[in-house]
Ligand binder design. Structure first.
Ligand code: COA
Ligand code: ZN
Length: 322
């Protein structure tokens, strides 16, 4: 008997639109708009939101208001507020804002780390060691992200054993949770399944998040592949906005509302009120000033039915009459 896909009963979603989504936007998005958007998102049932990054304002001008955004948002106790941090200075800035979780990011591929962080991976790890020392006696959680974990736009597919060895290096530094990021949408479901299986076999106690971009249309397929392996946490971005400014050809993350819709349709709970989320998503294009890639805002949910055409009703009536 076919029992269908083996999926977890529940997964959690971390929305990254204000960080990954807005970091490449050409026009500055007003601080008040970011704060209002985060406040609406945090009322939808999302358990985590990545609200900004404490990076160089020259590297990412759109997030130069990180401090104001962190200070302005309503802190709801059931939501973890996350900020991306590349170096010790970023950590110090984030700590002043009492962010709940710091997301440390380094690429597995040397060339992309140099392009994105202007550091070798050794230099990034040294910064992370200093950050772990600074945050050790605080309540700030530290998540470690490995960018380009499935493929690098300059170097191609990345060796899975090297990825897992770097995860071990993160854990040795004291990081408590890990994100594997497919920065430019190069991962395929087979590869994701292999990576997830290996990770969960080797680090069964370590919370794992997967971060997919839909650059080649494989984003939601990758979510399903990971979920059937037992991955229970995913990054996604409202409207499907996103992309690394230092990765050629980068495009949007998997879309939060599309992902939630798929999971709910498959019987997987997320704790998110999809109608509320869709209401927020419908306002996103006016905030950024252009169309966004998400599909659900255009199509509606699969349960939103259309009125049956009168001609069809007439035919149905005629059938009954016969
Ligand atoms: N926050 C704010 N300013 C920072 C900073 C931080 N975390 N880190 C460095 N700076 C500032 C320095 O104070 C210095 O400022 P000055 O020119 O006014 O003196 C300037 O940036 C250069 O500092 P330096 O340490 O030499 O950094 P760099 O130019 O080698 O850049 C990074 C290194 C990591 C700061 C930069 O590459 C970066 O922010 N990258 C992030 C890119 C990103 O967000 N990508 C997408 C997400 S994965
Ligand atoms: Zn990303």
């Amino acid at each position: 008997m076919n029992s269908g896909l083996s999926l977890p009963a529940r997964v959690s979603i971390n929305d990254v639109v204000v960080r990954d989504g807005f970091q490449s936007e050409p026009n500055f998005i007003a601080t008040e708009s970011k704060i209002a958007l985060i406040d609406r998102l945090s009322a939808t049932g999302l358990s985590k939101i990545e609200i900004t990054s404490f990076v160089s304002p020259k590297a990412v001008p759109n997030l130069r208001d990180a401090t104001e955004v962190c200070r302005g948002v309503i802190r709801r106790p059931n939501v973890t507020f996350v900020a991306l941090v590349p170096n010790l200075l970023g950590c110090e800035r984030a700590m002043v804002c009492e962010i709940n979780e710091i997301n440390l990011v380094m690429s597995i591929s040397e060339s992309h780390n140099l392009a994105n962080m202007r550091m070798s991976t050794m230099q990034s790890l040294k910064q992370f060691a200093d950050i772990m020392a600074l945050t050790r006696s605080t309540s700030t959680q530290i998540n470690g992200t490995l960018a380009t974990a499935f493929g690098c736009p300059f170097e191609g597919v990345q060796d899975q054993m090297r990825v897992l060895a770097t995860v071990q290096a993160y854990l040795d530094l004291g990081m408590t949770s890990i994100t594997l990021a497919d920065t430019t949408g190069m991962a395929n479901p087979q590869q994701v399944r292999r990576m997830a299986d290996s990770f969960l076999a080797r680090f069964p106690q370590v919370p794992l998040t997967m971060h997919f971009h839909n650059t080649r249309g494989m984003g939601l397929a990758n979510v399903l592949a990971a979920a059937t392996s037992g991955v229970r946490s995913f990054d996604a971005s409202l409207g499907g906005l996103g992309g690394c400014p230092y990765a050629p050809g980068a495009t949007g993350n998997i879309c939060t509302e599309d992902t939630v819709h798929m999971l709910h349709a498959c019987g997987v709970a997320t704790g998110i009120d999809l109608d509320l989320l869709l209401g927020v998503a419908r306002d996103l294009s006016s905030i950024v000033g252009h169309e966004v890639p998400g599909q659900l805002v255009r199509s509606g949910k699969s349960t939103d039915l259309h009125p049956c055409p009168a001609s069809v009703i007439a035919l149905q009536d005629a059938q009954v009459a016969i």
